[in-house]
Ligand binder design. Structure first.
Ligand SMILES: *Cc1c(COP(=O)(O)O)cnc(C)c1O
Length: 367
């Protein structure tokens, strides 16, 4: 045990609210007087069905999800969604538009066409900018006849985020968005999207569950030829119980949704996230060039803040020494290098302040 708090800046699995973990600890051996752990309960029991039901209702409340949207808690991570959205929603279409803005949308782009004849059209490419700027919606080359337009709203590895959420005019294909590393960090208008999906382990709960929010009319596109386990319609028809869902991660996600309610919902969360990000970016910008962030100011992520000293050895030392201070997992993504501080909902302002204190001290010693 350390005698000072540990702040976990991991990009995923990421930090969770201490209150959520304490509740889980308290209920570990005896959930709600049942004498059983949630982990060991039948997924078809009333007790678990109630957990699932409340998790969905609370998520609907937080995001103000309209009634014509279905919510699923699936497995396979966001990676599985790259293909599921194509298998289910590109059926009968010739083209999917794919916006590439960083590591995760590039991975999606490379995978979406597999097991499908559909053309995955590169609608915009941030690579020439070294993934330091985001192509605006006006620059996306999209076609009204495409099955959908896929994009990633927050690029976890590169530290980019659409600060204004893209929307498409009436008559354009539905937007399919990977929101893994920012869902529930700000208010969004769900009705602007055809599909939203997010692996839980960034901003919701433990690894193992993926939230998928689907506009109902799109389900008409699902074909019985898609195997049941990858078929959204099957999961919806079976109320999320086609096969065993990730029961324990869903329970923790439910606790996080309730925690978010007690924090004042997404409006409060957004204000706190704005403050944390502004504080950290200004520390970087005011370091006299010792620390730099090369992302275009309009595209700087409020969730994953990347920075570097410009010296790979010094960056490594930074992450190592920070870890001795209980500031964990500050190394950048493997292909990006440098440092990355993931400051999801559960990261308190104190954690950002502790990081900035360390940055100042590190600069004093090595600057
Ligand atoms: C982490 C991440 C993924 C990958 O998620 P898995 O759950 O590991 O499949 C995909 N997209 C984004 C934006 C991510 O942050």
């Amino acid at each position: 045990m350390t005698n000072h708090p540990v702040y976990n800046f991991s990009s995923g699995p990421g930090t969770l609210p201490e209150a959520v973990l304490r509740t889980a600890q308290h209920e570990m051996l005896d959930y709600n007087g049942t004498g059983m752990s949630v982990m060991t309960m039948s997924h078809r029991s009333d007790m678990f069905m109630s957990i699932l039901h409340h998790a969905e209702q609370d998520l609907r409340g937080l995001l103000a999800i309209p009634d014509n949207y279905k919510v699923l808690f699936l497995q396979g991570g966001a990676n599985a969604q790259f293909n599921m959205v194509v298998m289910n929603f590109a059926n009968g279409f010739k083209r999917v538009d794919s916006v590439v803005t960083g590591n995760w949308s590039a991975t999606a782009h490379s995978q979406m066409g597999k097991l499908s004849d559909v053309d995955i059209h590169l609608a915009a490419d941030g690579k020439p900018s070294g993934y330091t700027a985001l192509p605006g919606v006006g620059e996306w080359d999209i076609d009204a006849g495409s099955a959908f337009v896929h994009f990633v709203s927050n690029e976890t590895a590169n530290g980019l985020q659409y600060r204004t959420m893209p929307t498409l005019p009436e008559g354009m294909p539905p937007l399919v968005c990977d929101m893994s590393s920012e869902i529930l960090s700000r208010k969004i208008n769900v009705a602007d999207f055809g599909v939203i999906y997010a692996g839980a382990q960034k901003n919701i709960g433990p690894a193992g569950v993926t939230v998928v929010i689907i506009r109902e009319d799109l389900l008409e596109r699902c074909s019985d030829r898609v195997p049941n386990v990858w078929n959204y319609k099957t999961h919806i028809n079976k109320q999320g119980m086609y096969n065993t869902p990730a029961t324990y991660p869903i329970y923790i996600a439910g606790l996080t949704f309730r925690w978010l309610q007690t924090q004042g919902g997404l409006k409060k969360m957004e204000a706190l996230n704005d403050l944390k990000a502004e504080t950290l970016y200004s520390a970087i910008d005011n370091s006299g060039g010792f620390y730099t962030n090369n992302i275009h100011p309009d595209a700087r992520s409020k969730m994953n803040v990347v920075f570097s000293t410009g010296n790979a050895d010094l960056d490594k030392r930074f992450a190592l020494e920070a870890s001795f201070r209980g500031l964990e997992f500050l190394s950048g993504y493997k292909s990006v290098g440098g440092m990355r501080a993931s400051i999801y909902n559960a990261m308190p302002l104190e954690g950002v302040a502790a990081l900035i204190d360390f940055m100042t001290e590190f600069q004093r010693r090595y600057g």
